[in-house]
Design a binder for this molecule. Structure first.
Ligand code: FES
Ligand code: FES
Length: 162
């Protein structure tokens, strides 16, 4: 067991756990952050996606000892009702919140993607950006529309402020 410190969603945390415990398990079991889900458990589906220092990673593959002193963002940190991020609002508006397994990881990946661009992305760009997040049942049409809607809203907010 080791005491490991890191920042999750802007809050400093200390957990006592084996350093090899997957970050996903620490988030869900030790910290009660259950948005990130385990589906494949081997880095193939993206349902466990979180940001480490603004980079999308599969938390099922990250050992907690690796995140000492790092900044982690989960879907809860993107936004929680009633203070949702524009991405989450757009997913609701477009009917893209398809299920609780894939959606949190997709939101996290979309957040990282949209924070890194300043234009409304093409369908191809969105498919590439969300390529690590799988939906095994419904499809991606509404998800792609929601990301474009969020990008449009972000652009109009920026233009209004500017
Ligand atoms: S559960 Fe981590 S990638 Fe599938
Ligand atoms: S896996 Fe979530 S809607 Fe298909």
């Amino acid at each position: 067991m080791k005491s490991i410190q890191f920042v999750v969603n802007g809050k400093e945390c200390t957990v006592l756990c084996p350093p090899a415990k997957p970050l996903l398990d620490v988030l869900r079991e030790d910290l009660g952050l259950t948005a990130s889900k385990e589906c494949c458990g081997k880095g193939e589906c993206g349902s466990c996606s979180v940001l480490i220092n603004n980079e999308v990673v599969c938390s099922c593959l990250i050992l907690t000892g690796q995140v000492e002193n790092q900044k982690i963002t989960t879907c809860e940190g993107v936004g929680l009702s009633p203070n949702l991020d524009v991405i989450q609002e757009s997913f609701i508006a477009e009917g893209a919140t398809q299920c609780g397994y894939c959606t949190p990881g997709i939101i996290v990946s979309a957040k990282a993607f949209l924070d890194g661009i300043d234009h409304v992305p093409s369908v191809g760009e969105i498919k590439t950006a969300l390529g690590g997040n799988l939906c095994r049942c419904t499809g991606y049409t509404k998800i792609i529309k929601a990301v474009q809607t969020a990008a449009s809203k972000k652009r109009s907010e920026t233009e209004t402020i500017g």
